[in-house]
Structures are given as structure tokens and as C-alpha cells.
Design a protein around this ligand. Structure first.
Ligand SMILES: [Zn+2]
Length: 442
């Protein structure tokens, strides 16, 4: 039989396919045509069936689907390390908000470029973002070659960014129109949180999400002090308010869900809403620990996120996976509570559901070619009994040697193919003075 032509073949000693059987292929290969995976199999099978324009042999590596960051504020890389060791509300109101109220579109774009570069170098190919000037974030995502759901955030009005509610809806709709035909970018409606908005405004924003058929994301039940504040202001807990105003729906994406009751988990499940788990941000801000196993046992889909780099303080999804696995085990005093496979599922297949990108998160025929490889030829990754174990418990983002998104190579062996990291680094250093000045003048 005559071999078929494809654009790219990627070979490696192991492939964690994340297909429905969670199949591991030894000495595997993937054939890619355009942006799509044509076939996945053993090197022998693929090389006898396909002829490629280019072959990348990753040698002793583990290939897996590009990781999906379900919750981040990518421009916050500019605030990495500006304020640590503070509780959530103090950190937000005394540090983040004063700095952010002086943001310009150029600064947001710079922070997004920095974050996107960091992410492609550590194996992330898709993000669910929320911030201001998301059109600038979209520009950075587009040029880097990743994929994203972009959410223009809003607070109680008037905010430094929107004078009236109508301003916000107009910007969200314009953002939606701008990226409506983009292959890799979608948008979402993004109220910041229950305690920084008001219920009528939330209800109105949900109407907009319904009309434009967009996902609706919100920080929810992130900490006990948040619940206290919401109780004082509205007489109800955050998830209670969302339920009462019929804001728990299939399109709803809830970030954090640390301080939740069993009943609230049931409501979230019944609504078909999904949650994003952000263990490092929750730990760093002292917000608490999400009862993740209860959510998963209830049948709620959970993605995994880093949150912004100001509360993490990196965007490394390998780091996040390891923390997610260890945290529930220690918290519940049960080493079986959060198996490695469950954690990888959150960062891949469930993350894809969370973002609404149903053609990524798995390596199989017909899926988008969002592919990463980690270099196993390193001392901390030897010997190999079980590649999945190394991916979750031993590897880090710095072990990524290849990142491919929609069939395009974005990062390979330390080289960035789509972004100018020297310029980004130089400009990012200059942002320090700006941020410190904002804090001085607060
Ligand atoms: Zn967040």
C-alpha cells in the first residue's frame, strides 16, 4: 500500500494518549496534517503508513497532550512577586487593585506576551483567561500561537475601566465580534466575583452570555472571609446567591470553590456547571483547600489552573499538577485520594471541556495537534517504570522540549519559534518601576 502524505511526524519513546482507554504507546509516533492529528500509533505503524515533510524525533521523551490552564490572568506576570504573604482581600484591595487601576493596554499586552512565552516553554497550549484589555491579551495569544478563552473582567460600576454597565457589555460584545472567526480564540463573559459585583449586574451579564452563547466565568467561594463579606452584604453565601439568581447553568465556570457546603456541591453538579481547581494560589493566599474529591465524586467536571502569576507565582502546569495530587492526599490523610491519572485528566481532557474546546486534550485521530514532549533524558527522570508517574510527580515545566499547537511548532529545545523573548524580558524588567510607583501613590 502506498503511504499517505502528512506534514509532520513526531516520534518519542512514550506517548500518553489520554484517549478514552488512557492508552500508553511505547516507541510511538503521531502523524500531523495541517492543524489536525492524522494518526497515532507505534513508530513502525506510522512510518509505514505515512510520509512526512518533516520528522521530529524526540528520542527518550514522553509525549502528551498540550496542557490546559483552566484559570489564569496572564498579564499578571508583571505583578509576579510584588506582594507576597498576604491574605486574599488585603492582597487584592491594597496591592492588586491599586496597581491594576493604572494599567494601560500596552502593559497588558507586555504581561500577556511574557505569560504566553512562559507557558509555551512549560507545555501549556490553552488557557482560560480573565483580565482587562483582553483584546491585547488576544493579540499576544494569537502571535504566540496558543489557544485561549478570553474574558474581559468587570466589577461594580463605575470601575476604572467601565463608567457604566452598558460600556462593559459593549466591550464584551466587541471582543466577541473581534474573535468570532478566530480558529484558536474564543471569549467569555467574566464578572470578577460575587463580592465585587452585585446580583442584578450578574443576572444581566448572564443574559448577555445567553444571547452571544458564551461561557460565563466567575471567582466563587474562594475563601472564608469572602463568604463572610458576601453574607454581610447580601445575607447569603456566594454559591447561594448564584443559585438564587439562576446563575448556575451549563455555561457557568466557577473558579476556586474552596468554601463550599455539600449542598452547594450538589447544586453545582445538578446545574452542569464546572469548576477550576487552583491549589497553589489557594495555598499561597491562605484561602484554604478545595474539597476537590467531593466535587469529583459528585460528578462535577474540574479543570486545573494556576491563577495569575501574582498569587502562584509561576504558570507551570506541571508544578500545579504535582501540588493538586499531593494536597488532597495530605489533607484527607489518604494517599489514594487523588491518583496521578485523575490529575492528568484535569489538566487535559477535563480542561478541554472546561474551555469548551472539544477537539483538544487527547491525542487521537481527528483531534487538534496540541502536543508537548518532556525530555526524559534527565537525572531526576530516571529510571522509568511508569511515564505517568514521572509526568505528575517528578517532571517540571523546565523539562518540556517541544510544544506544538494546532500543528505548529511553538517551542523546541529551548528555542521560541513565534516570540521574541529578549525584547519581552527587557521590557518586563522596566515594568517594576511602574508597579512600585503605583503602590507609592495609592
Ligand atoms: Zn483568579
Amino acid at each position: 500500500m502506498q503511504p499517505n502524505k502528512c506534514d509532520l511526524i513526531i516520534k518519542s519513546s512514550y506517548i500518553l494518549t489520554q484517549n478514552d482507554e488512557r492508552e500508553l504507546i511505547e516507541n510511538g509516533a503521531i502523524a500531523v496534517s495541517g492543524s489536525v492529528i492524522s494518526s497515532v500509533g507505534t513508530q513502525t505503524d506510522i512510518e509505514s503508513a505515512w510520509i512526512a515533510d518533516e520528522t521530529i524525533d524526540c528520542g527518550k521523551s514522553v509525549i502528551l497532550p498540550g496542557l490546559i490552564n483552566a484559570h489564569t490572568h496572564v498579564p499578571m506576570t508583571l505583578m509576579r512577586g510584588v506582594a507576597d504573604d498576604l491574605p486574599l482581600l488585603e492582597w487584592l484591595h491594597n496591592y492588586m487593585f491599586p496597581i491594576e487601576s493604572g494599567l494601560t493596554k500596552d502593559l497588558v499586552e507586555l504581561g500577556a506576551r511574557l505569560g504566553c512565552a512562559e507557558m509555551v516553554a512549560s507545555g501549556t497550549t490553552a488557557i482560560f483567561d480573565g483580565y482587562m484589555y483582553e483584546d491585547a491579551v488576544g493579540k499576544a495569544v494569537d502571535e504566540t500561537g496558543m489557544k485561549a478563552v478570553l474574558g474581559e473582567g468587570f466589577f461594580k460600576f463605575p470601575s476604572p475601566f467601565f463608567k457604566t454597565a452598558q460600556d462593559a457589555w459593549d466591550v464584551i460584545e466587541a471582543l466577541h465580534d473581534q474573535f468570532a472567526d478566530h480558529e484558536r480564540i474564543r471569549t467569555a463573559v467574566t464578572p470578577h466575583a460575587v463580592f465585587t459585583t452585585d446580583p442584578d449586574q450578574l443576572a444581566e451579564s448572564m443574559e448577555l452570555a445567553e444571547r452571544l452563547d458564551l461561557l460565563w466565568q466567575i471567582h466563587a467561594a474562594e475563601s472564608v472571609p469572602e463568604t463572610k463579606l458576601t453574607l454581610e452584604t447580601f445575607g447569603k453565601r456566594p454559591i447561594q446567591i448564584l443559585k438564587e439568581y439562576e446563575l448556575l447553568r451549563e455555561r457557568t465556570r466557577l473558579h476556586h470553590c474552596v468554601d463550599v457546603t455539600d449542598e452547594e456541591i450538589g447544586w453545582i453538579k445538578d446545574a452542569g456547571a464546572m469548576i477550576a481547581h487552583n491549589p497553589q494560589s489557594n495555598l499561597k493566599l491562605g484561602s484554604g483547600i478545595c474539597p476537590l474529591t467531593k466535587f469529583l465524586e459528585a460528578g462535577v467536571t474540574a479543570g486545573l489552573g494556576t491563577d495569575g502569576a501574582a498569587s502562584n507565582n509561576n504558570l507551570d502546569m506541571f508544578d500545579e499538577m504535582r501540588t493538586a495530587a499531593l494536597l488532597q492526599k495530605g489533607f484527607l490523610q489518604d494517599p489514594e485520594a487523588m491518583p496521578a491519572q485523575t490529575v492528568l485528566d484535569m489538566a487535559t481532557v477535563s480542561g478541554a471541556d472546561f474551555l469548551g474546546f472539544h477537539d483538544t486534550g487527547k491525542l487521537e485521530t481527528g483531534m487538534k495537534a496540541d502536543i508537548i514532549a518532556i525530555n526524559m533524558d534527565k537525572m531526576h527522570l530516571k529510571p522509568v517504570y511508569n511515564p505517568l508517574s514521572h509526568v505528575i510527580y517528578s517532571a517540571g515545566g523546565q523539562d518540556v522540549r517541544l510544544t506544538v499547537c494546532d500543528g505548529k511548532v511553538l517551542y523546541r529545545d529551548g528555542k521560541f519559534l513565534t516570540v521574541d523573548v529578549e525584547t519581552i524580558s527587557r521590557e518586563a524588567e522596566k515594568a517594576v518601576e511602574w508597579a512600585l510607583q503605583r503602590l507609592e501613590n495609592r
